[in-house]
Design a protein around this ligand. Structure first.
Ligand code: NAG
Ligand code: NAG
Ligand code: NAG
Length: 366
């Protein structure tokens, strides 16, 4: 202000002064508010629904770091994401104003400076149950958490303790797994089925989810999203199986019901943990309803089909069976809900992520 204050009567002077103090204070508090609300990083635990390429570094058959995987990703790069492009954490990170992708912790192309704003510990083929990760020799959940502890030490060394602790407590933690526990493990192998009926198995898995959230809380996490299961009976692989067992070209109802009941249990768990864990905000990110709508009426969302996948014949292939020499792979993945027989296309991932961000996850930044 260029006006000389002494040329005003003193009452006006003091009003100006007060207003000035008020404005300075307002700006100051606004900055605190904005800084406090900002999400500094997205940290991911889970399976192939969110893996950004950790499996590339493992001795497992469950990989996707080759074409046509990633053909619609930045630079057309096959990163190890099980899709033609991005997976949900990538879109969610972008929605928080962070990088438009979340790199994998084991990817040698990135280091702690990159991971300071987002990191993915997920591993395709894993689950809540240790037995699930053993099926295809992938990273068990407990080891994802060990990697996370290792990350915390590196982050503290890199940013200093105070700054690192702020990142740890203000970051959003995304947890997404469970489909493999049922489809790859419980319904495919005799071990767990001989020990638990499906209700007991659901409870067993939900208890592990509870352990995970409490463990992350103890380690400093405060903004946690627990992901629900999709209508897993509608994955093309399950539809194909259903077709060959005489059910016609429909979703496998039994699996969808199991997913719905499991989601109810997770939702109850989230409500309970919000009471128990003081200072924490735990949310349930449930993709079921929107996914079900997409599968039932793909045309409403601009898709041509949800019954078969883009890759190869679309009935059963994924991973190495879905390679660039397969002549049947579609040319435009955006017409398909599913990319391979088990995983959505980038377009489906985008729709679901935007829906979850709008309805649930945006709360973490306001
Ligand atoms: C991370 O890698 C970048 C280049 O890729 C390099 O400039 C930076 O110094 C590295 N940071 C650390 C902490 O190693
Ligand atoms: C999974 O394995 C880890 C490491 O052996 C163990 O600490 C953990 O208790 C196991 N989890 C369950 C639910 O058995
Ligand atoms: C599973 O076992 C429990 C305990 O034995 C029993 O109460 C429950 O009815 C069973 N559930 C199913 C779906 O069979």
């Amino acid at each position: 202000m260029h006006i000389c204050s002494h040329s005003f009567p003193s009452i006006l002077h003091s009003q100006f002064l007060e207003m000035g103090v008020f404005i300075v204070a307002a700006i100051f508090f606004m900055q605190i508010y904005i800084t406090g609300a900002k999400v500094p990083a997205v940290i991911v635990f889970g399976d192939s629904s969110v893996d950004a390429g950790n499996n590339n570094q493992l001795q497992t058959v469950l990989k996707s770091n080759f074409r046509p995987y990633g053909r619609d990703f930045f630079g057309g790069k096959a990163t190890g994401r099980f899709s033609n492009g991005r997976v949900p954490p990538d879109f969610i990170s972008e929605s928080y104003g962070l990088r438009p992708y979340v790199p994998a912790y084991l990817d040698p192309a990135y280091n702690i400076s990159d991971f300071a704003t987002g990191v993915c510990f997920a591993s395709a083929g894993t689950g809540y149950d240790n037995v699930t990760s053993d099926v295809l020799s992938v990273i068990p959940l407990w080891r994802e958490v060990e990697y996370y502890k290792d990350y915390q030490s590196k982050l503290r060394a890199h940013l200093g303790i105070e700054k690192a602790n702020t990142v740890i407590s203000e970051a959003v933690y995304l947890i997404s797994m469970g489909t493999n526990d049922f489809l790859e493990n419980y319904y495919s192998l005799p071990n767990r089925k001989s020990q638990y009926n499906v209700t007991q198995y659901q409870n067993f898995l939900a208890n592990i989810a509870e352990w995970l959230i409490k463990d992350l809380y103890t380690l400093g996490a405060r903004k946690i999203s627990l992901g629900g299961l999709p209508p897993m009976g509608c994955l093309p692989l399950e539809r194909t199986t259903s077709f060959f067992t005489g059910n016609g070209d429909t979703c496998k109802d039994e699996y969808n019901k199991v997913a719905l009941v499991f989601n109810q249990k997770l939702n109850g768990l989230v409500e309970r943990l919000n009471d128990e864990l003081s200072g924490a905000k735990v949310v349930f990110s449930n993709p079921y309803a929107i996914f079900q709508q997409i599968v039932r009426k793909p045309s409403t969302f601009g898709f041509e089909t949800a019954a078969v996948a883009c890759c190869a014949t679309g009935f059963f292939e994924m991973g190495y069976m879905c390679d660039q020499y397969n002549p049947f792979t579609c040319s435009d993945a955006s017409k398909f809900v599913f990319w391979d027989s088990f995983h959505p296309t980038e377009k489906t991932n985008r729709i679901i992520s935007q829906h979850l961000f709008k309805t649930v996850l945006s709360k973490f930044s306001s």
